[in-house]
Structures are given as structure tokens and as C-alpha cells.
Design a protein around this ligand. Structure first.
Ligand code: GLA
Length: 707
């Protein structure tokens, strides 16, 4: 709902209000819902602005920086008009959120250059998340250049800390909290992807509550938080201005990616809003609300070393345990015997697949499993037929030795010819294999960003526009296929991708202890439904640590469950355990995958952590509680549950686990479990604790409302 009084607009969501004054480009209020906007004008004249530019007396980081045709940087955008739109305009070439909504469009013009700036604020009926974007139109007869155009500016009054999710390969989205003070803080990516290092999801927290932000974009991004002397804290998010210089011809327009923001009283509230928003307004297609299959992926089971016999043996064992989907990972195509060759050659390696992809896929389907396939469409090895035939498809700077990562180069996706080629060959892989699932991988970052005829300052964004063109065409062509993205694990885990892929491989690190943190960090901004989570072999291939099979399963239940190991190596006891696990998972899958998900304890500093999903009607819930250290004569441990009905009584029991002799069962009131907590000292009775090379105790609790 958007209410208008003069040029003051009250944007209402179920629990929040954003009040803007269009003619003076001010934010008058953002926070907990107001009964009405009376008195908000009292705030007019405060230093909170809707956008900022170079050329006035505002020296804070600006949301807009233009290089005018005369070479000058100054602009003075002034109010032109406001308009209420039914629904939400599409953003040309870029993915964005969707659904029943209303949009406020504001227009500002810089008189000397006739450049027009449009700001868009969209509200939906069922979420507190507000979508914001900007557009710039060149109204003059000469070319101008955009040096920076943020998607969103939010000016707050007060002191704030900033919470970001940072990491690296195999250690993505580790929570960091910093005080901003009177300084400029930023995170960014210059890697051409949203990156393992700095996820675009961020929270800004103060006495007044939590403001959460994310960007619907897969490329270079930058989030800036600046505290000023006036007491204002400015938040900016958008395309990174690093190397960015976009030419805008007369009459042309440039649209920023969409940013999203929400206000909530606390972190849990902000996470819940973001979860519901992503699940409802970002993820789309047939698989949006559909239960996701339990898969087995052969990567860590075989790496490149497989043949038809080995694959079918794993598939047979998997079928016995109740797995529903077999995913054939890297190594099935061209001369792909290791990671030095073959990328780009998307034709069957007949030897390794025993007669081709279709024949192997048919044999797997004959066993009663669905078939899924791995591809890495944006890459090329120099040792490939594709490179030999089209060396110009690779991204390279002429006259310079290219940077290789994992022995590969990127394709020049900014080139339409290359885009069309990728669409054609990858569509053919999906069609000829009849795959019902595709893992779309991306295993290096951009370095030699250069394409003939493409201005250097435009390259990164043009690559991403090319990428979106490709994924949008392929995902539209195969609406029944479930797509899981991957980028050396979780290196492109962003809302841009979730507009196309319903899931993402969260991290290459499947070690239970590491995964707990990675999944907890991720869960701050993204729902469990989009997180791929696998049980893998021990000792773990990334960390060398070991954990009981039940521990690995419990942690993998924090996302969409899969197994990634050679199931033929299971002992008969392990086969039984896994069969029981999968049966349990299927029975509770709807709750685990689509329930409201909460973080428990403190994964980044506390001894007790975990997660909990609660059914929409709050009659059932599942919690996984973890304790990471056994302290002799230590504290009496408990965990505060979340999301239950305070005035209901729940029957609570533990899932029968191989590593606990007893099954616990008790009844307790919802408010006791949430406010008083649930004692978990018995977690140390793990009979397989000796398998924990670095301690992690986990136990799963089931809640059923009985009164
Ligand atoms: C990346 C992925 C892995 C696997 C390999 C295959 O590392 O993250 O899951 O698919 O590529 O080469």
C-alpha cells in the first residue's frame, strides 16, 4: 500500500513504514509501522536523502557520479515528478523480484545536462521487503558516462554496526560484526562474480533495530556504510564502481540491478523476512514450492576416475537407500580426464559413459532414479576442441599471457556469438540426456576482462548481462528441470542467480563443523530451500576431520539433502543407517525444506548452535542442536528454541540416532522451550564420539503440538 499526501508518500508493508518526501528527495521515516504518517514532515530538513551526487555540499559517499559530456562531474538533480505505478516495471536485461505490488516512481532532472534520474520503490502486500532500483536517461545530444549509480541509498540517523558475510573458497559467509563510527566502511567484489569473499547480503544494526539489504545481482557489487558528523549513517549498495565507466548515448537509458531492503526489530526478524521474500518473490518456476529430491552426486566419490560400471554401481546402491536422483558430475564429456582439458567440449565421452550420455542416463532411469547432469558452460580449457576451433571465444587481453585458474579460461560472454553458442550446446546436453536436474558450475573468477569492441569500463557488467541472457533462455527452454547453481561451491550465491536457479551448492566444504558455520551465515539472508547440503565421506576431503554419519546427516538437514560419496563403500550397517536417514528425511521433507527456519545459539562464538524449522501452522518443528566442545565440568548446556507457539504444549522427542542409546521424550510448553530453553547436557552421551576428530556433537529434536 502506498499513500500520497502532496509529495509525501507513505509506503506501508505488513509491519513497516517508509515515508519519503519526493520534492525534497528526503527520507522522513523508515522503521516499525506507523499508524499514520502525520508529523513525519517534522523530519524535513534532516540530512537524510534519497540520493546523493557530487557537486553540492554533501561530501559523503555519493550514490551517483556522472562524467558529463564536457568532462565535468557535477550534477544537481532536482525534482521533476512522481508517479504511482500498478505492479513493478521490468528491469531491462536484469533479473528482479516479482509478484503483486505497487511502485512509486520518482523523477529528478539535472537541468544543464538534461539527464533524468528515476528512482523506484516497490512494496508488496505480503512482505516487509521493499525493492529499490534506479535508472538514468541521457536527455542531451552528447554521450555521457556513468561512473557510479547505486541501486539503493538509505540514510539513517544514529550509530550503527554493520554485519557482513565474508569468507573464501570452502569457508563462505562467515559472520563479521563491525562498528562503523565516523568512518567509511565497504565490502565489494572485483572478481566479476558476487564472490566467496563478500556476499552482497548485509545488515546494519542500531538501537532502533536491524536494516537488512541485498542485491539482485551476480557481478561486481559494492556495499558502503558511512557514518557522518551530522549523525547520519548512509548505506549504499549497487554495482561496484571499480573499473566501471558506462557510456550512455543520447536518449539511452541505464538500469541498475534491483536492491532489496527490510527493517525488523532484530536479526531473527530480518532473516525471516528475507527468507519469505526469497522463497516467494525471487525463486520461481515449477520447483518453487515443490519438494526437492534426495540426490547422490558422484564427484567426491569418484572425481574424474569413473566408467559406466562404477557409476551404475553407485546408482544401484543409492537406489537401495531411497535416493531419488543421480547426478553425474564433472568428467563425462570430451577428453575430460582431469581438470586440464576438455572444458567447452560438450559432446559425450563414450568411453567413460559406456556408450554416451543418453545410454547411461537411460540405464540410471531404468534403475528407478532420475538423472541429473553437471555442466560448466562459461569456461574453456586451452586443451579443448572448442579452443582449437575458436580461440577467439576465450576471454583474453591481446598480447598478454592470460591468468589461468584451475587451468581454465573464461568464455567471452559479453559477445553475442559466444552466448548463442553456449545456449545451443548446453540445451543440447539437457535435451539429449533427458536430465531432470542440472548443476551449473563456474570454477574461476574473471581476470582478463577484455572483449574486442567492448569498452573496458563496461566489460564486467556486459559479461553479467550476457550470462543472464544465457541462463534466462536455457531455464525458459527447460521449465521442468531443477537447476542448482555452483561456483567452486558458494562463490555466486546471490539473488540474481536465484531468479533462475532454485538451489545453489552452498560450499565445497562438507565438513560438518565447517558447514555448521557456513550454513548459519548463509541462513541470515537466505532460506534453507536454496542451500544444497550433502553428506560426504570421512575423513572429510576438505578438512581431514571425521564425524559420525548421523552428525553429517543432521547438519545436511539444514539444507536440501544429498549424498556425495561412493555409496558402494558403505558397510551393511552404514547402508541401514542411510536408508533410515533418507526415509526419515522424506517423511519430514516438507517441514525441513519449506518450514520457517531459525538459527539457534551462536555458531560464530558460542558452544551451542544449530537450526530449527517450524511448520507454517506451528504444530510441528525439527531442531538440530550442536555443541562444539566438551568442557570437563563445564557449563550446564541448554538452547533456546524459536518460532513455536508460546501458549501451546509440545511433545518433544529425539530422532533415533545410531550414536545415542536412548531416545529422549518429554512434554514442554512452547514459551518454556523458547524463553527458559531446552537442556541439552545429554548430548555428550554420543557413543561414537571417538569418531569426532574435532568435536561436534549433534542431536535432532522433533516437536509435535499436543495442546
Ligand atoms: C567444483 C564444484 C564441485 C565439483 C567440481 C567438478 O569444484 O564446486 O562440486 O562439481 O567443480 O570439477
Amino acid at each position: 500500500m502506498i499513500r500520497k499526501k502532496g509529495q509525501t508518500f507513505h509506503l506501508e508493508t505488513p509491519h513497516t513504514s517508509l515515508v519519503l518526501k519526493a520534492d525534497t528527495a528526503e527520507v522522513l521515516y523508515y522503521g516499525k509501522k506507523l499508524s499514520n504518517a502525520a508529523g513525519c514532515e517534522l523530519w524535513s530538513g534532516s540530512p537524510r536523502k534519497l540520493f546523493s551526487q557530487y557537486g553540492g555540499a554533501d561530501y559523503t559517499e555519493a550514490s551517483i557520479l556522472l562524467e558529463n559530456a564536457d568532462g565535468g562531474f557535477s550534477t544537481a538533480f532536482a525534482f521533476s515528478k512522481s508517479k504511482l505505478l500498478a505492479g513493478k516495471p521490468e528491469i531491462a536485461g536484469l533479473p528482479s523480484s516479482y509478484g503483486e505490488s505497487k511502485t512509486l516512481e520518482l523523477k529528478y532532472v539535472d537541468a544543464p545536462t538534461k539527464a533524468a534520474l528515476y528512482l523506484y520503490y516497490t512494496v508488496f502486500d505480503d512482505t516487509d521487503v521493499i525493492a529499490v532500483s534506479a535508472k538514468l536517461v541521457n536527455g542531451q545530444k552528447r554521450e555521457m558516462h556513468i561512473r557510479r549509480l547505486a541501486s539503493l541509498q538509505l540514510d539513517l540517523m544514529g550509530a550503527y554496526s554493520v554485519v557482513t558475510f565474508e569468507g573464501t573458497w570452502a569457508r563462505e559467509r562467515q559472520k563479521q560484526v563491525r562498528t562503523v563510527g565516523k568512518s567509511v566502511f565497504y565490502i565489494d567484489s572485483k572478481k566479476g562474480i558476487s564472490s566467496h569473499e563478500h556476499n552482497p547480503f548485509m545488515m546494519v544494526e542500531g538501537e532502533d533495530g536491524v536494516y537488512a539489504f541485498n542485491l539482485v545481482y551476480t557481478g561486481n557489487h559494492k556495499e558502503i556504510v558511512e557514518g557522518c558528523e551530522s549523525g547520519r549513517t548512509r548505506v549504499l549498495t549497487g554495482i561496484n564502481d571499480f573499473m566501471f565507466r558506462w557510456a550512455l548515448a543520447p536518449g539511452e537509458e541505464f538500469c541498475t540491478p534491483e536492491a532489496v531492503m527490510c527493517y525488523a526489530p532484530d536479526e531473527d526478524g530480518a532473516s525471516s523476512e528475507m527468507h519469505a521474500f526469497v522463497a516467494e518473490h525471487i525463486v520461481r518456476g515449477k520447483w518453487k514450492k515443490r519438494e526437492r529430491p534426495v540426490l547422490v552426486n558422484n564427484w567426491e566419490g569418484t572425481y574424474f576416475d569413473f566408467n559406466e560400471e562404477k557409476i551404475l554401481a553407485i546408482a544401484r546402491a543409492a537406489k537401495e537407500t531411497g535416493v531419488e536422483l543421480f547426478v553425474l558430475d564433472d568428467g563425462w564429456f570430451g577428453n575430460r580426464c582431469d581438470d586440464r582439458r576438455g572444458l567447452g567440449d560438450w559432446y559425450d565421452n563414450v568411453e567413460k559413459t559406456g556408450g554416451g550420455l543418453k545410454s547411461l542416463a537411460d540405464k540410471i532411469r531404468a534403475l528407478g532414479l532420475d538423472f541429473g547432469i553437471w555442466v560448466e558452460p562459461e569456461m574453456i580449457n586451452e586443451d579443448s576442441d572448442l579452443f582449437r576451433a575458436h580461440p577467439g571465444f576465450a576471454m583474453r587481453v591481446p598480447g598478454r599471457e592470460p591468468t589461468r585458474m584451475r587451468n581454465q579460461l573464461c568464455l567471452n560472454l559479453a559477445d553475442e556469438k559466444v552466448q548463442n553458442y553456449v545456449v545451443r550446446v548446453i540445451s543440447d546436453v539437457i535435451a539429449r540426456s533427458g536430465a531432470s536436474y542440472v548443476k551449473w558450475d563456474y570454477n574461476r573468477s574473471l581476470t582478463d576482462c577484455y572483449g574486442k569492441g567492448i569498452a573496458q569500463g563496461e566489460y564486467f557488467h556486459r559479461y553479467i548481462l550476457g550470462y543472464y541472457r544465457i541462463v534466462s533462455r536455457i531455464t525458459k527452454k527447460f521449465p521442468n528441470v531443477l537447476f542448482e547453481g555452483c561456483a567452486g561451491g558458494g562463490g555466486r550465491f546471490d539473488l540474481g542467480n536465484f531468479c533462475f536457479f532454485q538451489q545453489y551448492w552452498t560450499s565445497d566444504d562438507t565438513d560438518a563443523r565447517m558447514r555448521l558455520k557456513i550454513q548459519d551465515g548463509t541462513l541470515h539472508g537466505y532460506p534453507q530451500t536454496v542451500m544444497g547440503a550433502h553428506v560426504s565421506a570421512c575423513p572429510n576431503h576438505q578438512t581431514g576431520d571425521s564425524n559420525p554419519l548421523e552428525t553429517r546427516f543432521n547438519i545436511a538437514c539444514g539444507g536440501v539433502l544429498g549424498y556425495e560419496l561412493d555409496m558402494t563403500k558403505f558397510s551393511p550397517e552404514e547402508m541401514e543407517t542411510v536408508t533410515r536417514q533418507i526415509a526419515f528425511y522424506k517423511e519430514n521433507r516438507k517441514l525441513l525444506q519449506f518450514g520457517d527456519s531459525y538459527r539457534l545459539g551462536d555458531a560464530f562464538g558460542g558452544n551451542v548452535a544449530g537450526f530449527m524449522t517450524v511448520s507454517k501452522d506451528k504444530s510441528a518443528a525439527i531442531a538440530v542442536v550442536t555443541v562444539s566442545e566438551y568442557v570437563i565440568a563445564g557449563e550446564y548446556l541448554s538452547v533456546r528454541c524459536k518460532g513455536l507457539l508460546p501458549n501451546a504444549v509440545y511433545e518433544v522427542s529425539t530422532r533415533p540416532q545410531d550414536n545415542y542409546k536412548d531416545v529422549l521424550s518429554f512434554t514442554a510448553a512452547g514459551d518454556l522451550l523458547m524463553n527458559g530453553g531446552m537442556p541439552v547436557a545429554d548430548i555428550f552421551e554420543d557413543t561414537q564420539a571417538w569418531q569426532n576428530s574435532r568435536r561436534l556433537y549433534t542431536r535432532m529434536y522433533l516437536f509435535k503440538k499436543c495442546k
